[in-house]
Write a protein that binds this ligand. Structure first.
Ligand code: SF4
Length: 240
């Protein structure tokens, strides 16, 4: 079994706790309007590496001392498009005492996915919008599987960090932010919520790929609006 890997980053600091070896898998069924990695969308697209779980682990082990207090994070794209591979790889990580995190939209939910969730140490679950219709407009898919994933994390008491991009004109809306905060509040599996400000890095990829960038000239989220969003979640008793 070989994964189609878009790229590897040996010293990641933004995808989970500590310094992490980050694996970006190729393929995503979503089409988020703000996506900054459209080059990961095509599952059959030309990733930089084609590696088996054992080969990928050998790469990770080169950095074992650096990531001792961190671990590995598998992201994408949507890593659960290659769930069987992720499961094998995480099993090897566990055998070698390496902390595992999965960054996912939760858009794929099946038996293999459950088996991945059962062994991973931490799930970074991206909830793109709490409003069903907006979720679909924003991503091109339904929210249903993401909510099933969150409920599974709760049922099995699997540690979760929720990620949410706050985007002007879309999710930067006090009513929606309050709705999301109120919705998340009862979940005991959620350790914290990471509110990510919409930014414009990576937009040049669209030009290079000859594609339209749908948000056009939409400005990045202001510091003030990010603080506003954080306040809403804090007031609901959630850690941000
Ligand atoms: S889930 Fe991530 S990789 Fe996929 S379209 Fe959305 S932002 Fe891009």
């Amino acid at each position: 079994m070989k994964a189609n890997i878009h790229s590897l980053e040996s010293f990641g600091t933004v995808d989970g706790p500590g310094i992490r070896f980050v694996i970006f898998l190729q393929g995503c069924p979503l089409r988020c309007v703000y996506c900054h990695n459209p080059d990961t969308w095509d599952k059959k697209g030309e990733g930089k590496y084609q590696l088996s779980p054992e080969e990928l682990l050998a790469e990770v082990m080169k950095y074992k001392n650096f990531i001792a207090k961190g671990g590995v994070t598998v992201t994408g794209g949507e890593p659960l498009m290659q769930a069987a591979f992720v499961k094998e790889f995480f099993m090897l990580c566990k055998e070698n005492g390496i902390h595992t995190a999965l960054d996912t939209s939760g858009a794929i939910f099946n038996q293999t996915v459950k088996e991945v969730l059962d062994i991973v140490d931490l799930v970074l679950l991206d909830i793109k919008s709490i409003d069903q219709m907006q979720y679909r407009e924003l991503t091109g898919v339904k929210i249903d599987n993401t909510l099933k994933c969150l409920n599974y994390l709760e049922e099995k008491n699997i540690r979760a960090w929720i990620r949410h991009v706050v985007m002007p004109g879309w999710t930067d809306n006090d009513i929606l932010l309050n709705r999301l905060a109120d919705f998340l509040k009862p979940y005991k599996c959620i350790e914290k919520v990471e509110l990510l400000p919409y930014h414009k890095m990576g937009v040049n990829k669209y030009e290079q790929m000859g594609m339209d960038y749908r948000p056009g000239d939409l400005p990045a989220l202001s510091e003030e609006r990010l603080l506003n969003a954080k306040d809403i979640f804090k007031k609901a008793g959630l850690k941000v």
